[in-house]
Write a protein that binds this ligand. Sequence first.
Ligand code: CA
Length: 232
Amino acid sequence: MAANTKRALVVEDEANISELLTLYLEKDGFDVATAADGLAGLKAVDEFNPAIILLDIMLPKLDGVSLLKRLREEGLTTPVIFLTAKGEQYDKVSGLDLGADDYVTKPFQPKELIARIHAVLRRTEGAVPGAERKIEYDKLIVNMDTYELIINGQKVDAPPKEMELLFHLAASPNRVFTRNQLLDEVWGFDYFGDSRTVDVHIKRLREKLENVSPKWAVKTVWGVGYKFETTG
Ligand code: CA
C-alpha cells in the first residue's frame, strides 16, 4: 500500500472546525483539501479525487446527506465519515443506507477521529494487499473490486454497505456472526452500534437473494445473529 500520501477532503462550513481537521489530518500525513459548502464539496470530490471524505451534514447550498446521495448515485464508493453536531437529530440507519461509512459527533477527540479514519480506510481498501476481493457461489458473484453484485448473471444494484455485509458473511460460509460482530467488522463503529442497522441491511439483501439458488442462503440464527449457509 502507498505510504502516507492519501488525500482527505473536508467538507465543513465552520471554518474553525475545518482548520482544526486540516491540521490533524496533515499532521497524520494526509494531503488535505477543504470545501465550505455542499456544491463546492461536490466539485472538490471530482477535482481532488480524495481517498476519504469528512462530511458535515448541515451545509449551505447542498447538505451532506444530499451530497453523499449524489456521489453514490454516480457510483462513487469513496468512503465517507459524517460529522454530526451534538444533539442533532439524525436517522443513522438512513444515512448508512446511503453509504456513509462512519459517524463522528462534534466536538470530537482528534485521536479518535484519526483512528476512525484509519479504520474506515483499512476496511474499504481491504486489510491484506492482494487478498481475494471476489467471491463466487452458484449464481452469485460478489466483486468488491468493482462493487458489482451479479445474481443469475445479471448485475444487481446494491448500496456499498449491503455488498460489504454480504461479502463479509459469504467470505466465511457457515460461520455465525452476531449483530455486534457485524457492526464492528463491517461498519466498524463501536459507539453508534445499533443492531437494527444490521437487520435492515439483511432484510434488503434477502429480498435480492431469495430463491436464487438452493445451494446457499443468508440465514438467521435465532438469538445469535446471521450466517451465509452453504449446502452440499
Ligand atoms: Ca455545518
